[in-house]
Design a protein around this ligand. Structure first.
Ligand code: XMP
Length: 527
């Protein structure tokens, strides 16, 4: 969780106001921040034990108390400075945040025997303020154990209820405190965003207008101050995250940034050229391209097991990167494009994957081994916010909007043993596939599209002769977060064009199949 960090206050317009969110450990605290930012107001997560004085110094327009997994009765449950409720600033308490604040205000919280979890029907009694323009009856998402059982003497009134929760929403008599037992930040509460907007605009009087440009400017200033005269190394993969991180750090420290791009021989066609054109020619960044493809391919000789491929690629990558970094004696900082989902996804995902995702995305182990200090300027951002930031920084659309590409690259898309010949076949198929997807204007509508070279051969007939050649699978998925995914309904005529072109133009392929599996139970990659 981000500690209180004054650097996160907006730089361009200090009067636009910030909304700190006291994070009591909820899975959805970042989601609250995201909803607030989507509404045009800058939000920052702070430690729940932050003092009222420290909060006052931030000049907040409003304060949000997040939910959390604890019961207010648990030993060691997070506490808060009750002075936060007396700052004269509107406060919105969500779930645990509501309960802890209501207890401070004198209400009773009942310890629950069971958790209430799922959708509930909310009846709004007062359609002003938080519920402005929200229907009198609507669905909300509940996930709580304890709940408020009495308001006597607390100066609070109920503004909404559900069948099992008489105090589903409360408001203080002075209108400064609002509490909701349900979760307005999740999409299962269809009017939740309206409620958050109401809190920001109707109750806090925010002026809105927070823009990514302000974030970029301010982060760049902070990075500049931190880096001083030292050098920053950034491992560039060509993906959205490391590219945007590099562009931001370049804006901050200019030629004191060195980017290292490792050509592992497992890249898509023209990938290295694109990275060179973007970063060396367009941004004029000191880019070191290291061609280590021979070493990577040697490591992979005869290896069929996917996890073993990942392990070898990971080790080689660290070794190559270490050697490159040791050529830069004044480098003190290592920049990484870690995103918020990278932070929460560790520990999720199917066995073995998340460790590898970490290894590659985040160059695991390097900072400790080389004594680098880490710079992770995207750590609090979601993917769409990073794309937005990339556009603000002038990163070309071709990079900002690209689909994710796994660290082990085409090695996990050439199923079975990886050879230069099989990689070349796959590269040609992949190029045609992407050309057709872009031509059909489907690239931005899909989340990930790629070709997979299967470890089998099939019989075909070409001209008068029999062929016995490779089979290529086309994979296209739609996904919000890549934890779950559905196969994309690519129109048949587009699939037909892809198949025709691949079979006619790529020597050694006589069959194309389309993957119609969803995740779960399948995964997005085949290996
Ligand atoms: P799966 O196949 O697990 O993929 O459904 C989910 C997302 O993660 C990517 N992926 C990887 N990325 N190193 C990476 O950097 C890996 O080893 C790796 N394996 C899968 C995959 O492309 C998809 O976007």
């Amino acid at each position: 969780m981000a500690e209180l960090d004054q650097s996160r206050l907006p730089a361009s317009d200090p009067h636009s106001g910030v909304v700190p969110i006291l994070d009591f450990g909820s899975q959805t605290a970042q989601l609250i921040a995201r909803r607030v930012r989507e509404a045009g107001v800058y939000a920052v997560l702070v430690h729940p034990s932050i003092s009222a004085d420290a909060l006052r110094a931030m000049h907040p327009k409003g304060i949000i108390l997040s939910g959390g997994p604890s019961s207010v009765y648990d030993e060691g449950a997070p506490t808060m400075d009750a002075g936060v409720l007396r700052l004269g600033v509107p406060v919105l308490g969500i779930c645990y945040g509501m309960q802890i604040a209501c207890r401070h205000l004198g209400a009773t919280v009942e310890r629950a025997a069971d958790r209430e979890f799922g959708r509930a029907s909310l009846t709004v009694h007062d359609r002003r303020g938080l519920f402005h323009a929200v229907p009198a009856q609507s669905t909300v998402w509940m996930s709580h154990g304890d709940q408020i059982s009495g308001l006597a003497g607390a100066g609070l009134e109920a503004t909404a209820s559900t069948a099992t929760c008489p105090y589903a929403a409360v408001r203080s008599a002075d209108g400064l405190f609002h509490g909701v037992q349900f979760h307005p930040e999740v999409t299962h509460t269809p009017h939740g965003s309206d409620m958050i907007r109401n809190f920001l605009y109707e109750i806090c009087g925010c002026s809105g207008g927070w823009r990514m440009a302000g974030f970029a400017e301010h982060q760049a200033k902070k990075i500049r101050e931190r880096v001083g005269d030292s050098r920053v190394v950034c491992g560039l993969s060509g993906g959205v995250d490391s590219s945007v991180a590099a562009a931001l750090i370049h804006r901050a420290v200019g030629d004191r940034l060195t980017c290292v791009f490792v050509d592992n021989g497992l890249l898509r066609k023209n990938e290295r050229d694109l990275v060179e054109a973007t970063f060396r020619d367009h941004f004029r960044i000191d880019l070191r391209v290291i061609d280590a493809s021979a070493a990577f391919l040697r490591d992979l000789e005869g290896v069929e097991d996917p996890q073993e491929k990942r392990r070898r690629i990971g080790h080689r990558f660290i070794e190559v990167f270490k050697r490159a970094a040791s050529d830069l004696p004044d480098a003190r900082f290592l920049a990484q494009g870690t995103l918020y989902p990278d932070v929460i996804e560790s520990g999720h995902g199917h066995a073995g994957h998340s460790a590898n995702i970490k290894l590659h995305h985040n160059v695991g182990g390097l900072p400790e081994e080389l004594g680098f200090e880490l710079i992770e300027p995207l750590r609090d951002l979601f993917k769409d916010e990073v794309r937005n930031l990339g556009e603000v920084l002038g990163v070309p659309g071709q990079i900002v909007w690209r689909h994710p590409f796994p660290g082990p690259g085409l090695a996990v898309r050439v199923l079975g043993a990886v050879t230069p010949e099989r990689l070349a076949v796959l590269r040609d198929c992949d190029e045609i596939l992407l050309e057709e997807i872009i031509a059909a204007e489907l690239y931005r509508k899909t989340s990930q599209v790629f070709a997979v070279l299967l470890p089998i051969r099939s019989v075909g007939v070409m001209g008068d002769g029999r062929t016995y050649e490779n089979v290529v699978a086309v994979r296209a998925v739609e996904s919000q977060d890549f934890m779950t995914a559905d196969w994309a309904r690519i129109p048949f005529d587009v699939l037909a064009r892809i198949s025709n072109r691949i079979i006619n133009e790529v020597r050694g392929v006589n069959r194309v199949v389309y993957d119609i599996s969803s995740k779960p139970p399948s995964t997005i990659e085949w290996e």
